[in-house]
Design a protein around this ligand. Structure first.
Ligand code: EPU
Length: 332
């Protein structure tokens, strides 16, 4: 087991079957894993060895993936799952990397990204949008406006993909995505495609355990009729609020879940930690629950700052802060 990451992160950071799982050591030779994937997947599927991940995350820190794959479609994704199962290799799905802290030692096993256009379609039917997991939430919100489907405005400001938002049960402006999910189409880790009603998926605040082992492929989001001008007004309003209250610099969004007693940003603010710094990572002066990369930060800087904040919150306020950002990979 990788002991480099503080145990406090293990709840978020070490999930069975994912790249950061202790079974990573059963992965064997990454070169063999790569060769097997490259030889069995089609040429349309992107498959690379030692792919840097920092540029694939909004925080822009962290090491490389042993193997990085962009399946060209569902059959190729199923083939990837079959190979990782055969080799007992860890795997993880990368969304838009907007809620992710990749550690400096990189990620063992296979990092799978659903950015191929085949996974990113957005189609409308009545008051619903049928969205691929790779579709960007901003584009989904734009399509909802075009089709006069109201109630989805809050997703405009979430800088992620549909799949990532489902996995995290992402939210903003007091709403979270599963409130708007009619059904999801997903692939099991055995490579079988299934469907489930949104209301039958257990979700909690910023978490969907079901999608730790199953891969969201598509989701049907629903709303009600709202005139385009009104949707436009709501979008402008949430956009304005966001620009006023959140930093524009590279970050992973909110670092901590809000504890019940106080919003994490307010707590960090009250602790006087805005502007606190470790290396090139600092607590945003705009919002206390954002850690920003001032340029050239390392994951260990961000992790150091997380620990510093947690320690102060524990010591001075008796509050145990839990990371919202997902921490993956190994520290060295
Ligand atoms: N506050 C301070 N100081 C700060 C930051 C906030 O006093 O430095 C106060 C605010 O004045 C406000 C309260 O704390 O009274 C809550 O702040 P805010 O309205 O910014 O909301 P939040 O709870 O910090 C949540 C989500 C955000 C989402 C916003 C807007 C969580 C952890 N965060 O933030 O989501 O964008 O609401 O809807 O639930 C994310 O998930 O990555 C994220 C950024």
């Amino acid at each position: 087991m990788n002991m480099d990451v503080p145990p406090t992160h293990q709840k978020e950071g070490f999930q069975p079957g994912l790249a950061n799982d202790p079974v990573a050591h059963a992965c064997g030779d990454p070169a063999e894993l790569f060769e097997r994937l490259r030889s069995e997947l089609s040429r349309e599927t992107v498959c690379r060895r030692n792919e840097p991940l920092a540029r694939r995350t909004t925080l822009r820190v962290g090491g490389s993936a042993d193997v990085y794959v962009e399946p060209s479609g569902e059959p190729e994704l199923a083939a990837v799952m079959s190979i990782v199962r055969a080799l007992n290799a860890p795997w993880i799905i990368l969304g838009r990397g907007s809620n992710l802290l990749v550690l400096d030692g990189g990620v063992r096993g296979v990092v799978i990204s659903l950015v191929n256009p085949g996974f990113a379609s957005i189609e409308s039917r009545d008051r619903s949008l049928i969205c691929g997991a790779g579709a960007r939430l901003k584009l989904v919100a734009m399509e909802a406006k075009r089709r006069e489907i109201g109630g989805l405005e809050f997703i405009e400001g979430i800088p992620g993909s549909v799949g990532g938002a489902l996995r995290m049960n992402a939210g903003a402006m007091g709403h979270s995505i599963f409130e708007r999910i009619d059904r999801i189409r997903f692939m099991t880790s055995e490579g079988t495609i299934r469907e489930r009603r949104g209301s039958d998926v257990d979700v909690t605040y910023r978490h969907c355990a079901f999608l730790e082992r199953n891969i969201a492929i598509q989701a049907v989001l629903t709303g009600g009729f709202v005139p385009r001008a009104e949707i436009e007004r709501r979008l402008k309003e949430s956009n304005r609020k966001r620009w006023e209250s959140q930093p524009a610099a590279s970050s992973a969004g909110c670092i901590f879940k809000n504890p019940e007693s106080i919003p994490a940003g307010k707590l960090v603010d009250e602790l006087g930690l805005k502007g606190a710094r470790v290396g090139a990572a600092s607590v945003s002066e705009v919002h206390g629950n954002f850690i920003v990369n001032e340029g050239g930060a390392k994951a260990r800087d961000v992790l150091g700052l997380i620990e510093l904040i947690r320690e102060r919150a524990r010591r001075e306020r008796g509050i145990e802060l839990e990371t919202e950002v997902r921490i993956i990979g190994s520290a060295q």
